[in-house]
Design a protein around this ligand. Structure first.
Ligand SMILES: Nc1ncnc2c1ncn2[C@@H]1O[C@H](COP(=O)(O)OP(=O)(O)OP(=O)(O)O)[C@@H](O)[C@H]1O
Length: 224
């Protein structure tokens, strides 16, 4: 459960979010809106990467202002640019790096790393240099590094921007199968097919909120 209670965010002299109130309990939640409408800021509020100027964000029952570190253990965040998330030389080492604080045996780390690489189609690349992967493969690697931690909630900020049609579809398919609650910020409207709920942001406000077809219809009119 993700709860926004009258959340305002002011950055510099700009009101980026203006009174967001929403309880998000659905398994698949999308967020769409024009460039600069506040989508990424909304996503970053969920794991405490951004904090409200006023109002409260509650995630997994915890206030992000006081419990950001604990919340981050339960909330995986996938950034648009996978290069920002790749920190180790090889694919397997990069995924293993996510598990470094878990206190697992070497064997258990290897088992989990290979299981997740297998699930996301990167098993054949385990020992390859991570920076030699294609953009799409890097995005999948970043997803592996997040999912190996088995988060309760997965936040994705424009996860398909760098992907070709095939990889976009792959991410969309994977997303449908995930047991986690997923919140995806995206300009890729087909990604939202089958989602439970879509929020439309405009100038820091939620201007539509409902099933994908209704919300996206509203968004298209807004952009016309
Ligand atoms: N640290 C900051 N200081 C000042 N303004 C900021 C800061 N971060 C973001 N903004 C502004 O807040 C507004 C919302 O930014 P945000 O990245 O949340 O929008 P967005 O809807 O995700 O946009 P896009 O679709 O282009 O990624 C933008 O006008 C941006 O310039």
């Amino acid at each position: 459960m993700i709860e926004f209670a009258d959340v305002h965010v002011r950055l510099g002299s700009r009101d980026v979010l203006c009174g967001i109130t929403a309880s998000l309990s659905e398994q698949r939640v999308g967020v769409v809106g024009a460039n600069g409408s506040g989508k990424s800021t909304l996503a970053r509020l969920i794991n405490g990467l951004a904090l409200p100027t006023s109002g409260t964000v509650t995630v997994l029952g915890l206030d992000t202002r006081r419990h950001a570190a604990k919340i981050r253990r339960g909330v995986g965040f996938l950034f648009t640019d996978p290069d920002a998330q790749i920190v180790m030389p090889t694919v397997a080492e990069d995924v293993a790096f996510s598990l470094r604080r878990k206190g697992l045996t070497r064997g258990e780390v290897d088992r989990r790393v290979h299981e997740v690489l297998d699930r996301y189609g990167l098993a054949g690349h385990a020992d390859h240099p991570a920076h030699h992967l294609s953009g799409g493969q890097k995005q999948l690697l970043a997803l592996c590094s997040v999912m190996v931690l088995e988060p309760d909630i997965l936040i994705m900020d424009e996860p398909t921007t760098l992907l070709d049609l095939r990889h976009s579809r792959q991410v969309a398919d994977l997303l449908r199968e995930m047991p986690q609650q997923v919140l995806a910020v995206t300009h890729d409207l087909p990604l939202l097919a089958g989602f439970d709920r879509v929020l439309v942001l405009d100038q820091g406000r939620v201007v539509a909120d409902g099933p994908p077809d209704d919300a996206i219809g509203h968004y298209r009119k807004l952009m016309a």
